[in-house]
Design a protein around this ligand. Sequence first.
Ligand SMILES: O=P(O)(O)OC[C@H]1O[C@H](OP(=O)(O)OP(=O)(O)O)[C@H](O)[C@@H]1O
Ligand SMILES: O=c1cc[nH]c(=O)[nH]1
Ligand SMILES: [Mg+2]
Length: 210
Amino acid sequence: MNIHVVNHPLVQHKLGLLREGDISTMKFRQLTQELARLLAYEATRDFELEATTIDGWCGKIDIQQIKGKKVTVVPILRAGIGMLDGVLDLVPSAKISVVGLARNEETLEPVSYFEKFVDSLDERIAIIIDPMLATGGSMVATIELLKRKGCKQIKAVVMVAAPEGVKVVNDAHPDVQLYAASLDSHLNENGYIIPGLGDAGDKIFGTKHA
Ligand SMILES: O=P(O)(O)OC[C@H]1O[C@H](OP(=O)(O)OP(=O)(O)O)[C@H](O)[C@@H]1O
Ligand SMILES: O=c1cc[nH]c(=O)[nH]1
Ligand SMILES: [Mg+2]
């Protein structure tokens, strides 16, 4: 299975806290931001550097800077918004493209309701963010929208992934690199990740039901 599971102690500790059954909206949101920041750190690890010379305090000095490529962060609505500020903390100049998808609760198919992309996607690295990769339907739909717009380099950062969804994404788009805090056990009969987090969108937005 082609997925990079980030085993850093901070990531695993925060993920454990996130799994608490009756977690508050505030705590879930805060931990989601913190995890997003740590996962973004890993997902940007292979960004290319180039040498350049600047005027330092003691004269010319050689420094390293990230090479040319521009970044677009792509939150999948709604839940992906919960990770956005954490990722932008590390890539503050990134432009934001938005994809609105909601899973039909019976068919589990993603239903599209919004999309707005930044320009020059053929020159950008796209970092898709969504807390949950379950059947993989929403992720594949987003990757396909980006590729149709010319995007050639795509990474996807999720907090929790199910093996079923990872396989679907790997099979359809083997070029897309996946990053997660956990590869969980399986999906239940309602398409929820086990042990998972429950409904991440509801928990981030405070619409969670009893
Ligand atoms: O891998 P999949 O089976 O497609 O499921 C994952 C999707 O489901 C959730 O969103 P949801 O549709 O609940 O919408 P929300 O973010 O508005 O809560 C989640 O945030 C993903 O986008
Ligand atoms: O477990 C899941 C599956 C889909 N969406 C969620 O928010 N959680
Ligand atoms: Mg969604």
